[in-house]
Write a protein that binds this ligand. Structure first.
Ligand SMILES: NC(=O)c1ccc[n+]([C@@H]2O[C@H](COP(=O)([O-])OP(=O)(O)OC[C@H]3O[C@@H](n4cnc5c(N)ncnc54)[C@H](OP(=O)(O)O)[C@@H]3O)[C@@H](O)[C@H]2O)c1
Length: 352
């Protein structure tokens, strides 16, 4: 199962709206074939492993798969049928599929045909791998994750003259992996203007660009030449989100000429974040990582909009003049888990 998880992760961030899934076939305790789901529309992991095997599995072969095999026709035929046709007598499963159309049903079908099913092997890890899919498929809403890089005294900016990078290289690399995982990233207009971020995922395996939202209720970024989000090679992946009532024709024409998309929302200052999330759901954007400054973070938390928190905390102090980011933050004990990423702490978990 550990190997199957590694295989699943080879498609890190590339399977939306589908989950990442890995599969391993063993015979006599030895791995004889491997597969993973590479992207939506392509064969599922179990089928890829069977194809890699290229023959009928031995009578005592075992299939290990990180997620419950599907039992309905989607873009591909049900994997349960392929597993039965291949003659597997034992199937080891990591996590149950939370998709209400599947949830446990695939396992029941296998058991009904006399297949021995072992479930929950590395179950938590297998479920966590697909936190975006799990949320999307059960709620029909994007997983909204808030990411902050905070100092120990709760500031998101450093004192003047100390640069901008609060966390160390390991935490920064981790954020780039998150950017690769999430189909979309969001920043506020103020942060776009102050930091001029690129919001691309950069790492050993090159650069990828998620959908990049600029939350800009009053279109104050209109006419601002020089922003990476508006002029780099990925600018058609940038979407400026503002209120329809604040949209001037000349501003909209400027964005269009830059090749940047615009969403004009029907709502007001208070409903903006909610209406934006609803539009994301309509557009099948399954998850958004919000890299918020202090005021946007507080607004999102106060509105109860944050599903998942990634709070990096660096062992240093921040700008004493800067506002805190934690207004509206309520965390029941035991909800978040802590880990060390380089010299920084990471607290992460579901807030609701
Ligand atoms: N350490 C970190 O993790 C981190 C991350 C990002 C930014 N930062 C730092 O934060 C600083 C910027 O801080 P800031 O407080 O000025 O920016 P901010 O936290 O990004 O918040 C201000 C922006 O958020 C928007 N906003 C606030 N409440 C909103 C709501 N309810 N609905 C829609 N939009 C809302 C505002 O929109 P309107 O313009 O419409 O009012 C404004 O553009 C920069 O120096 C940057 O370096 C740090």
């Amino acid at each position: 199962m550990r190997r199957a998880l590694e295989l699943a992760r080879q498609a890190w961030g590339r399977t939306h709206p589908n989950p990442m899934v890995g599969a391993v076939i063993t015979e006599g305790g030895k791995i004889v074939a491997e597969g993973f789901h590479a992207k939506a529309g392509e064969p599922h992991a179990e089928v890829m492993a069977l194809r890699a095997l290229g023959r009928r599995p031995a009578a005592a072969a075992v299939l290990h798969v990180t997620l419950e095999p599907c039992c309905t026709h989607g873009r591909t035929p049900p994997c349960v049928d392929a597993i039965l046709a291949a003659g597997f007598r034992t199937v080891v499963v990591g996590a149950r599929d939370p998709n209400p159309a599947h949830a446990g049903h695939g396992l029941e079908l296998l058991r009904a045909k006399g297949v021995a099913v072992v479930e929950g092997v590395l179950g938590e890890e297998c479920a966590e791998l697909n936190l975006i899919f799990n949320h999307w498929i059960t709620r029909g809403a994007p997983l909204l994750a808030l990411k902050v890089a905070s100092t120990l005294d709760g500031k998101l900016t450093l004192p003047a003259g100390q640069g901008r990078a609060i966390t160390g290289p390991a935490a920064q690399a981790y954020v780039h992996r998150l950017r690769r995982l999430f189909p979309a990233i969001a920043v506020s207009a103020d942060t776009a203007l102050a930091d001029n971020p690129r919001l691309t995922a950069r790492g050993d395996d090159g650069e990828t660009c998620p959908v990049r939202f600029v939350l800009d209720r009053r279109f104050k970024t209109a006419g601002r030449t020089g922003l990476n989000l508006f002029q780099d090679a990925h600018r058609t992946r940038t979407i400026v989100v503002g209120l329809g009532a604040a949209a001037k024709k000349s501003d909209l024409a400027w964005y269009e000429a830059e090749g940047v998309r615009v969403w004009t929302l029907v709502g007001d200052d208070d409903s903006f974040l909610q209406v934006w999330a609803e539009r994301c759901a309509q557009e099948h954007i399954t998850g958004v990582l919000v890299e918020a400054g202090p005021r946007l973070a507080s607004s999102l938390l106060t509105a109860g909009s944050v599903d998942y928190l990634y709070a990096f905390v660096a062992p240093r102090s921040g700008d004493p003049e800067a506002p805190g980011w934690q207004d509206g933050l309520t965390i029941p004990a035991g909800r978040l888990r802590a880990s060390l990423v380089g010299a920084d702490a990471l607290y992460q978990g579901f807030l609701r």
